[in-house]
Design a protein around this ligand. Structure first.
Ligand code: ASP
Length: 345
């Protein structure tokens, strides 16, 4: 059996290819006569079907809340449904790998947080490079975190919590959303600051982690106000502090961890939207414009404010604004994580 296809088969196979190449040439000529490049033409028609906005954590969590808030507004602007798709696991790296490998056509996007800057160090066998495998749509919001305990945890303030954690370290369960999640990073910083290693319990996102905290199955959780604020206001959890250097308007009477004794403790969660590498620049520009419109949408502005988050300045809502920040965070955090000797694989 010859290993090479017979000429007749080969020439038949080639004919459709030649035909489509000829049509492509014709189309390209027509477009250039209209002063449009094929790329612009793509953007002109984009989007002509629904867009998937992939969230690396479980529905109902802080990342999901930001994504769904944006999706409503971006759907109006783009004229096609922006549909949130939760793809969980491995601290967000499963979702990031999926998007990096998706068709570069603007119909599959990723929304992710600081985890994009820590994964390259935490995961030594990472299936993507955050600085090579994506196009950058723009940054979105910065979100403070809150240090929480289950409602009946005995300590009444952060100082008492630190003492309690040290004397009960074998009994305390610290919840997070997997290695590389910001709840994991905040928990790691807390353990380092207190000088005590705790048992950590990973979930597919901090939505299930919060459910476990309110159910008393875990003792401590550090999570973003975009999820925790309603539970704090409803007094379903105990609040020990916020992770920003200054107190936040949403919780004016709550001390920062820094002022409560954990000097320099700071953890703010930034978010970006990414597309696969190779997504046409005109398509990316259309997505960036839709993001910027959403971040001016009064409904979005109000909801983000109600959840204690802060919309980033417009200069950061850009491809360069996201790329340059991501690179600076990878450069800053890599040595710190390597020094801590924390690896996920
Ligand atoms: N942001 C994640 C979530 O939305 C939680 C985390 O990263 O800790 O569930």
């Amino acid at each position: 059996m010859s290993s090479i296809a017979s000429p007749s088969l080969a020439s038949k196979a080639r004919r459709p290819l030649l035909k489509s190449a000829f049509h492509g040439l014709l189309a390209g000529t027509a477009l250039s006569m209209l002063g449009l490049s094929p790329v612009t033409a793509q953007a002109q028609g984009f989007p002509d079907k629904p867009i998937s906005l992939v969230v690396p954590f479980a529905a109902g969590g802080p990342t999901d809340v930001v994504a769904r808030t944006l999706a409503v507004s971006m759907t109006k602007t783009l004229g096609q449904s922006v549909m949130v798709e939760n793809k969980t696991g491995a601290g967000g790296t499963i979702a990031a790998t999926h998007v990096a490998r998706s068709a570069p056509n603007g119909y599959t996007l990723l929304i992710h947080h600081n985890g994009m800057s820590t994964a390259p160090t935490l995961y030594r066998k990472l299936a993507y490079d955050p600085l090579k495998d994506f196009e950058y749509v723009g940054q979105v919001v910065d979100v403070p975190m809150t240090m929480l305990g289950r409602k009946d945890l005995p300590p009444q303030n952060l100082g008492e919590l630190v003492t309690y954690v040290k004397s009960h370290k074998d009994k305390i369960n610290l919840a997070n959303a997997g290695l590389g999640a910001v709840s994991h990073l905040c928990g790691m910083l807390f353990q380092q600051a207190v000088g005590t290693e705790l048992t950590t319990v990973p979930f597919q996102g901090t939505a299930p982690a919060m459910t476990a905290l309110m159910g008393g199955q875990v003792d401590i959780l550090c999570d973003q106000t975009t999820q925790t604020l309603p539970q704090i206001k409803a007094e379903r959890v105990k609040l020990y502090g916020v992770t920003t250097m200054e107190r936040i308007a949403a919780l004016p009477d709550t001390p920062t961890l820094d002022e409560s004794g954990l000097k320099g403790f700071q953890m703010v969660v930034w978010h970006g939207i990414y597309a696969p590498k190779g997504t046409p620049s005109d398509v990316v520009a259309k997505l960036t414009a839709a993001l910027q419109t959403a971040l001016k949408d009064p409904g979005v502005v109000q909801r983000i404010s109600d959840l204690g988050a802060v919309i980033v300045p417009e200069a950061k809502q850009t491809p360069a604004g996201l790329h340059d920040w991501l690179k600076s965070e990878i450069d800053r955090l890599g040595p710190l994580i390597r020094k801590a000797g924390v690896y996920a694989d």
